[in-house]
Design a protein around this ligand. Structure first.
Ligand code: PLP
Length: 391
């Protein structure tokens, strides 16, 4: 028996696991101290009423012979696909039901989509970025190389014609930097991908934080993207579904490689290895996309963005350089001193505030630090008070 030895090529531990271990160790040694967690991007606002009521109703249906649902359609229920189609129509994007695959979240799809691509594809990943893109490719033995995201390019790398990639990851609004591509930036990547038959995996998990009309929510707002891009979305940050679990992947019908529709491969993969998202959760997700649901979740987004403003004000007061926190729930700042893990330890032990060290997101993240706006107002205010006092 041979194990998958590529797992041994992974860095020691997944970033957020290391952060959690360090916090747990500190708390065990200092039981009287309360650590404020602004590290992992989990949300704190409860589910909106529209989603809760829809799920309550769906549970009751499941308890009746007439309303019972067993295994659902592989790609998700029509009602949720149609709600997503309407959601995209608001950005001027037309989708077919056949192109939409409902899932249990973006993380699963980001990892699983690799099943339909050969192991010898060359993978281009921005640095820094959400670590799952790198680790899932290392697990499969793929070669990963990096597009430098730096303060100089606004953390929004553009294609370099000399770099030959088959798979390109883009994440906008970006985790961890909060940077958002404009249409011209996305168009440059679409042109690059089409010129060399590459495929873009576009992670739109933070799409709902885009409020400036000139900025795109979806890569399909850019001409030509339907021939080269797969888009992955999530209800986690949009509607507090981190614990309820629902996301989706869009694979356009036009997207073919090697004469094969990728949508057909993905359907084959999903119908073989995945049995769908529960009826109850899909009802909740569809309710999020209703008029009432959208009004309710926008109030939560505004709440989080007030936290971002609290953090931005405090960083300005301290004279700390930062970006993000405007079209994104992440604030990305330059560590006032030390490398990013040293700064993590310092903030934890001196201020009892936990963030995420930039180095955990890639080489270019060294020297930077990420805070999330997903806490409560009280915790965010208190964290920034402690931060100012400690530094
Ligand atoms: N994509 C990005 C960029 C994320 O930051 C996250 C979660 O933090 C995910 C995907 C995972 O989302 P989900 O909860 O839908 O699995």
């Amino acid at each position: 028996m041979n194990i998958n030895r590529h797992y041994l090529d992974l860095q020691d531990s997944y970033l957020f696991a290391t952060v959690a271990e360090k916090i747990a160790a500190y708390e065990a040694q200092n039981p009287d101290q309360r650590v404020i967690r602004l590290g992992i991007g989990d949300v704190t606002r409860p589910l909106c009423r529209a989603a809760v009521e829809a799920m309550e109703q769906a549970v009751r249906e499941q308890g009746t012979a007439a309303g019972f649902h067993g295994y659902g359609p592989y790609q998700g229920y029509d009602f949720l696909q149609d709600a997503l189609r309407q959601h995209y129509a608001a950005f001027g994007v037309t989708l077919e039901r056949d192109e939409i695959f409902v899932s249990d979240g973006a993380k699963s799809d980001v990892g699983n989509i690799l099943d339909i691509f050969a192991a010898d594809n060359r993978v281009l990943v921005p640095d820094p970025v959400y670590p799952v893109y790198v680790d899932t490719n290392i697990m499969a033995g793929r070669r990963v190389f990096y597009a430098d995201a730096t303060a100089e390019n606004g953390f929004l790398p553009l294609p370099d014609e000399k770099t030959d990639a088959d798979i390109v990851y883009l994440c906008s609004p970006n985790n961890p930097t909060g940077a958002v591509y404009d249409r011209a930036g996305l168009k440059a990547w679409v042109d690059y991908a089409r010129a060399r038959d590459a495929v873009i995996l576009f992670d739109a998990a933070y799409e709902c934080f885009v409020t400036r009309p000139e900025l795109p929510h979806s890569i399909y707002e850019v001409e030509g993207a339907r021939e080269c891009a797969i888009e992955i979305g999530s209800f986690s940050k949009t509607a507090g579904f981190t614990g309820t679990r629902c996301g989706y992947t869009v694979v356009p019908l036009e997207l073919k490689r090697g004469g094969v529709r990728l949508r057909d491969l993905w359907l084959r993969r999903q119908s073989t290895k995945f049995n769908g998202v529960s009826y109850v959760v899909q009802r909740g997700a569809a309710a999020v996309l209703s008029g009432e649901g959208q009004r309710q979740i926008r109030a939560d987004h505004a709440y989080y963005m007030e936290n971002a403003a609290i953090m931005a004000d405090a960083l300005r007061e301290m004279g700390v350089w930062f970006v993000g926190g405007e079209q994104s729930p992440y604030v990305w700042f330059r560590c006032p001193e030390g490398d990013s893990w040293a700064f993590f330890d310092r903030l934890l032990t001196r201020a009892q505030v936990a963030g995420t060290p930039g180095a955990g997101f890639g080489r270019n993240g060294e020297g930077y630090f990420r805070l999330t706006a997903f806490g409560t107002h009280e915790d965010t205010q208190e964290a920034m008070r402690r931060f100012i006092k400690a530094l």
